[in-house]
Design a binder for this molecule. Sequence first.
Ligand SMILES: O=C(O)CCC(=O)C(=O)O
Ligand SMILES: [Fe+2]
Length: 314
Amino acid sequence: MGSIAGPGSRFPTGVQALPVDAPVVDFIDLLKRDGGVIIRNFVPLDIIDQANKEIWPQIEKEQAWSGEFFPKETRKCTSLVRHSPTYTNRFLMHPLYQAVADHFLTTRNHFWWGNSWKESVSKPQAHTGAAMCIGPGAKAQPLHRDDYLHHNVHTEVDIWDDGRDRMRESAVGLFVAGSDTSVANGATRFIPGSHLWGNYERKSPPDESLAVYAELNKGDAFFMFASCFHGGSANTTTDSHRLVYSTFVTRGWLRQEDNMYLSIPHDVLMQYDRKIQKFLGYSCSDPGCGLVDDLDPIYQLYPEELAKAVPQDY
Ligand SMILES: O=C(O)CCC(=O)C(=O)O
Ligand SMILES: [Fe+2]
């Protein structure tokens, strides 16, 4: 970590915190170097309060998780797009997050198609969104890599290489602080540099002593590759609840963690604009994944356009 040359070497060693208006390339380079970077003042506090109000009824009625992954003291609001327009419009669609996700998760390749050397460009899509409120007394989540969902098997590398690693990441995470988060109340911890680790080269479990806590003020955020070892931490307080909005965006040709088609009712979907609908999965991944009767799925939402739509090459 904190390598000699390579992306992000102009920054001091250690996990960095940048203001939201820092250049996008700084966030990109620090992700390549460390796998995670903190963003100060990602959204204003009144926006956080609005989102918190929208999700709170769900948090209150959530059933406790049975198993090891979430402690019984954690309550969640899953399917955030369904429950919180503020989350959708201001966190998921935040221009900085969109730019960073677009950078790492757009897939561009060339293929022979008859005599044409055709370029296909698949754009990223929403993957999952859940708010997590860790209550007093909760145990730490096991350290894990979220990209195991996509069976993303990594080879061990020393340093990020743009050419070699352009397909390496399958998802980019955004954690927005709905409350202050600290070592004491369960801040997300992660192992900087662990996005460069191999799956099969490392024979021992992730070393907890390497973990760094992404301590955030309410309204701050944290970007992290899904390939980094991380987890929610223990809440050792007696009275503080840690609330974080967790989001992942993935490649257009991968299956989404949240089944957006079944979890977002039609009337809710139609309250969002077309750009958001497409990002949620109502669009094709170029070339030709996600079709309905050979047509782009967005037409299912606009029957007046469907009548005139014609199937085309992709
Ligand atoms: O709550 C957190 O800080 C992280 C949660 C997490 O890693 C997960 O649910 O996969
Ligand atoms: Fe996770």
